[in-house]
Design a protein around this ligand. Structure first.
Ligand code: PLP
Length: 384
């Protein structure tokens, strides 16, 4: 029925998977089915399999099928936010008494979910440096049910070896979960490397235009997919039809956007490493980065996220963030427009005083797809 084969390339899937022309009208883009309920032809007589939009909605189905296709999974699920996806996943795969390993530099919201919601519920967790396989093995417990991976990490751009960690997790009878938000499925395919579940904040690169908050899960295993679908409906943190439509629209250009994000970021990194006011640049594509070899092996390109530290410390970092004009001062990432922020006082302020506290002199860039010359000029002026 689909106009492309299972062997179709990434960008063909991104544009077409789950999105056959509407049978009723021929519309080439799935309509926004802004509807809560569906007429039944006699009790239980469902026309398209839909009865109530928490359980299923055609626009969301289109997105979920597309997500599954572009991550190479058997099932995709779309949620109201990245954290809603994480919460639904964790309350499906964990029960009180279980234990999870998380990255030593996990996204602050993921850390807060574990520390303030999961732990009081009875799930223990330990942050570990995921680039150190020996440390990961040593931190496993008999009750460890999952290793939670982010690669590259937010905001320190740490890199973890997905294939190696999948072996460690499976050897311990645990699942490997990969938050693929920073790389996006265009740059990195965790399920093909052995991961069991991929998590996304679709708010970021998948949506790509800073106009929607959403989350996703994609799984390899059909029975875990069934359980998650049951919990998605039972817990109810679904993506609405318009949000699903915006995300689908964003995904169509993911490949070309990621190429440009990566190229712009690489050029900016090249400028930053030579800059006298910059003490350190963190980017997985820098040959001096400790995770460079792993990143080069498992990523198609190195992405649009860059962090750097100011030689003169925290106040200098704050001033740079406040001086750029084209790089907009703001949280979030992954949109077409460039953003700058100070993680210590903004996105990662909630990690202050925790093991996940970030360096105070750190600046994070989400490099957009504007003209490189304009981005360079803006940053060079802010650093002057
Ligand atoms: C933003 C983000 C999340 C959380 O997603 P929301 O859509 O904001 O709920 C999770 N993981 C990473 C890596 C993120 O950057």
């Amino acid at each position: 029925m689909d106009r492309f084969s299972d062997a179709a390339g990434f960008e063909t899937l991104a544009i077409h998977a789950g999105q056959e022309p509407d049978p009723a009208t021929g519309a080439v883009v799935p309509p926004i089915y802004q509807v809560s309920t569906y007429k039944q032809d006699g009790i239980g007589g469902l026309r398209g399999g839909y009865e109530y939009s928490r359980s299923g909605n055609p626009t969301r189905t289109a997105l979920e099928e597309c997500l599954a296709a572009i991550e190479g999974g058997t099932r995709g699920l779309a949620f109201a936010s990245g954290l809603a996806a994480e919460d639904t996943l964790l309350r499906t795969i964990c029960k009180p008494g279980d234990h999870v390993l998380i990255p030593g530099d996990a996204y602050g919201g993921t850390y807060r979910l574990f520390a303030k919601v999961l732990e009081p519920w009875g799930v223990a967790f330990d942050p570990v440096p995921l680039s150190d396989i020996g440390a990961v093995r040593a931190a496993l417990r008999p009750e460890t049910v999952a290793i939670w991976v982010e690669t590259p990490t937010n905001p320190l751009l740490g890199v973890a070896d997905i294939a190696a960690l999948a072996q460690v997790a499976h050897g311990a009878g645990a699942l490997l979960v990969v938050d693929n938000t920073f790389a996006s499925p265009y740059l990195q395919q965790p399920l093909a490397l052995g991961a069991d579940v991929v998590v996304h904040s679709t708010t970021k690169y998948l949506g790509g235009h800073s106009d929607v908050v959403g989350g996703a899960l994609v799984v390899a295993d059909g029975s875990l997919g069934e359980q998650l679908t049951f919990h998605q409906n039972a817990m109810g943190a679904i993506a609405g039809p318009f949000d699903a439509w915006l995300t689908l629209r964003g995904i169509k250009t993911l490949g070309v956007r990621m190429e440009r994000h990566s190229a712009n970021a690489a050029a900016i990194v090249d400028m930053l490493v030579r800059h006298p006011r910059v003490a350190e640049v963190r980017y997985p594509g820098l040959p001096g980065h400790p995770g460079y070899d792993v990143a080069a092996k498992q990523m198609r390109a190195f992405g649009g996220m860059v962090s750097f530290r100011l030689a003169e410390g925290e106040e200098a970092a704050v001033r740079v963030c406040e001086k750029t004009e084209l790089f907009t001062l703001g949280e979030s990432l992954g949109g077409v427009e460039s953003l700058i922020e100070h993680p210590g006082r903004m996105t990662h302020a909630s990690a202050a005083g925790s093991p996940l506290e970030v360096p105070p002199d750190l600046v994070r860039l989400s490099v957009g797809i504007e003209d490189l010359d304009d981005l360079m000029r803006d940053l060079e002026r802010a650093l002057a």
